[in-house]
Design a protein around this ligand. Structure first.
Ligand code: ATP
Ligand code: MG
Length: 320
């Protein structure tokens, strides 16, 4: 973000002001030992790798080989990543900043994602643990926001649990992704399952029918808070909101400010209030992470301690 000085020094590839510090984060691709792919996401493939120990390598497939402008934008994003030092954020180790192979290198998360815990393994966390997880997410997110970084893709798939500790990944990746070709991109808007429910109404309303036009969605810190609301909902009941709705219905309803009914969610008022603080329709009414953290810390300890092994769950008995 500070790479504004285009005055070139001896080396035209590195903007002068940042050349030294940014170059320190450059990892020559040949130094990486690339291992098996871990998985493929919307934004390219993540591989196991070895670089002074275990690392995760995200390869960005560039289609415009040799495009210097793309490279400059990539470096700008990298300049942002190196500002992130918090124990609840994945450790950014460096990047391969030479075309045609651009890659981001981070520490390897050893645990499972919140998505795997909640949706695949159907794990139930105690209320106590649920609150601790939410606090740690808020702490990491509060830090990002304090540094002026918007995550843009906060979701349970991008939150790891490592020995009970939250590690948030993929912040700012959405911005990098627009630089590279997304596999299978076409004229039709392809919506990956479980993406829409994290999208704030104002972002939802900006969705365009074709994927190519969706590079500039109006993400803000408030839209990150909305996404956190959805993660909190998943933590509370192990499901995504709107799970029985088709994408078209979700876009229409969420865009107009309708919310997932909480009638069947068996949780106390204060737990539901957190949802409402995150899912507020008006951007101005949405809570900031510093405030969410305070609310989470103030949840009555007694109740949490009394039934540590009783997770809240969906129940037909109407309470609300
Ligand atoms: P989506 O494509 O919807 O964003 P995703 O977050 O699962 O989903 P990627 O972020 O591309 O997709 O990740 C691909 C795979 O690599 C996933 O299984 C993810 O859990 C894993 N992964 C990503 N980053 C790391 C990391 N730092 N350590 C360990 N595994 C990782
Ligand atoms: Mg991810």
């Amino acid at each position: 973000s500070q790479i504004s000085d285009t005055e070139t020094s001896g080396d035209r590839h590195w903007p002068r002001q940042n050349s030294l510090s940014l170059r320190e984060w450059d990892i020559p691709f040949h130094e990486l030992e690339l291992g098996d792919p871990i998985g493929q996401g919307r934004f390219g493939t993540v591989h196991r790798g070895i670089w002074h120990g275990d690392v995760a390598v995200r390869l960005l497939n560039m289609d415009q080989i040799g495009d210097e402008k793309v490279l400059e934008s990539f470096k700008l994003e990298v300049a942002t990543f190196r500002k992130t030092r918090h124990e609840n954020l994945v450790l950014f180790m460096g990047a391969c900043m030479n075309l045609p192979t651009l890659a981001l290198v981070t520490s390897m998360c050893k645990g499972l994602t919140l998505y795997t815990h909640l949706h695949l393994r159907k794990d139930k966390f105690s209320m106590n643990k649920t609150v601790i997880i939410a606090q740690q997410i808020s702490q990491g997110m509060g830090y990002l926001h304090a540094r002026g970084i918007i995550h843009k893709d906060l979701k349970s798939k991008n939150i790891f649990l490592e020995n009970g500790k939250v590690i948030i990944t993929d912040f700012g990746l959405f911005s990098v992704s627009k630089l590279c070709k997304i596999h299978g991109r076409s004229d039709a808007l392809s919506i990956p399952p479980g993406w829409l429910c994290y999208m704030a109404p104002e972002v939802m309303r900006s969705l365009k029918p074709s994927s190519e036009e969706n590079d500039e969605l109006p993400f803000t810190m408030a839209s990150d808070a909305y996404a956190f609301g959805t993660v909190w909902y998943e933590l509370l009941c192990g499901e995504w909101p709107y799970k029985e709705h088709c994408p078209e219905a979700m876009i229409w309803q969420i865009g107009r400010g309708m919310k997932q009914s909480l009638a069947n969610l068996q949780a106390s008022r204060d737990l539901k209030d957190i949802l409402m603080a995150c899912w507020a329709f008006n951007v101005k009414d949405r809570a900031e992470f510093s405030k969410l953290l305070k609310i989470l810390e103030r949840l009555p300890k007694k109740r949490l301690l009394r039934s540590p092994s009783h997770p809240v769950h969906l129940s037909r008995s109407a309470e609300s």
